[in-house]
Design a protein around this ligand. Structure first.
Ligand SMILES: [Ca+2]
Ligand SMILES: [Ca+2]
Length: 251
C-alpha cells in the first residue's frame, strides 16, 4: 500500500510539472508572431513561418535571386542569401506587424557580405521612403558602419537608435520597443536607446520586407538567419543570445 501511494505521488508530481511547462510554453508561443529558420535545400526559394502566435503562419515570398544557402548558417545548416542587388523576401501585410503602442521585438542574425549596390542596406522593416509610409526598420549604413533601429509615429517623422558597430560573421541584432524606450542590441549588448511615445504608424497595405526597403533600391548583401518577431519586449537589458534556433513553442 505504501509503495502504491509512493508511485501515485511520484506520478502526480511529474504530471503537475508537465502541465506547468506546457502552460509556460503556450504563453511564450503566443508572443511569437513570425519565426523563419531559413533552413532547407541549397538554392531553394521558399521558407515557412513556424511561429504559433496570432495569425501565423504568414505567407513568405522570395524575390529576384533570394535563396536558401547551405554554405553559411547560424543555425540549422542553411540561411537566406541576398546578393545585394534586387534580392529580398516579402511577408504579406498583417496586423501582426502593426504594433500600435504595444511593445515588440524584431531580431535576426545578419552576416554582412560586403558592399551592396547602395550604401544603405535595409535588413528588415515596414518602411517606405515616400508617401508617409514609415513604420519601423532595422538597417545598416555600410559606409559609416552604423546600425539603425527606427520607428515612426506618423509615417514620416522618426525616432532612431543608432550605433557604429563591427559586423564580423553572424551577428545577432535586436530592436525592441520597451514602453517609452526604443532599444538596439548587438549580440545581446545594448548599443543605443531612444525615447518613443504613442502609437507606431500602421500600414495596412505594404508587406513586411526582409533585405530591402519598400519602394527603394536599398538592398542588404549577405546572409540572414533566424528571423523572429514578437509582440512583447523580450530584451530590456543586456542578455546572452540563445545559442540555438528559436523554438516555435517556448522561449
Ligand atoms: Ca537557419
Ligand atoms: Ca539579385
Amino acid at each position: 500500500m505504501r509503495l502504491i501511494l509512493a508511485i501515485f505521488l511520484t506520478v502526480s508530481v511529474f504530471a503537475d510539472a508537465s502541465v506547468r511547462a506546457h502552460r509556460r510554453a503556450h504563453i511564450w508561443a503566443e508572443k511569437t508572431v513570425l519565426l523563419l529558420h531559413f533552413d532547407g535545400a541549397d538554392a531553394a526559394t521558399s521558407a515557412t513561418d513556424v511561429a504559433l502566435g496570432d495569425t501565423a503562419p504568414h505567407t513568405v515570398a522570395f524575390v529576384d535571386n533570394a535563396q536558401i544557402d547551405t554554405a553559411q548558417s547560424k543555425f540549422g545548416g542553411a540561411s537566406l542569401l541576398l546578393d545585394g542587388n534586387g534580392d529580398y523576401v516579402d511577408v504579406a501585410n498583417s496586423p501582426d506587424f502593426n504594433f500600435g503602442s504595444s511593445d515588440f521585438t524584431v531580431e535576426l542574425q545578419f552576416r554582412l557580405g560586403g558592399a551592396g549596390t547602395n550604401t544603405w542596406q535595409e535588413l528588415i522593416g515596414m518602411w517606405a521612403e515616400v508617401g508617409g509610409g514609415k513604420s519601423w526598420l532595422i538597417g545598416y549604413d555600410y559606409n559609416t558602419t552604423t546600425l539603425y533601429f527606427a520607428t515612426s509615429a506618423d509615417g514620416s517623422s522618426q525616432d532612431v537608435c543608432s550605433a557604429v558597430v563591427s559586423l564580423d560573421g553572424f551577428v545577432h541584432l535586436a530592436g525592441v520597443r520597451d514602453g517609452s524606450t526604443l532599444r538596439l542590441f548587438v549580440n545581446g549588448t545594448s548599443v543605443s536607446t531612444a525615447a518613443v511615445s504613442g502609437s507606431i504608424y500602421a500600414d495596412t497595405v505594404k508587406p513586411m520586407r526582409i533585405g530591402a526597403r519598400n519602394n527603394a533600391a536599398l538592398y542588404a548583401k549577405g546572409h540572414i538567419d533566424e528571423v523572429r518577431i514578437s509582440d512583447v519586449a523580450r530584451y530590456t537589458a543586456n542578455f546572452t543570445p540563445r545559442q540555438g534556433p528559436f523554438q516555435a513553442i517556448g522561449q
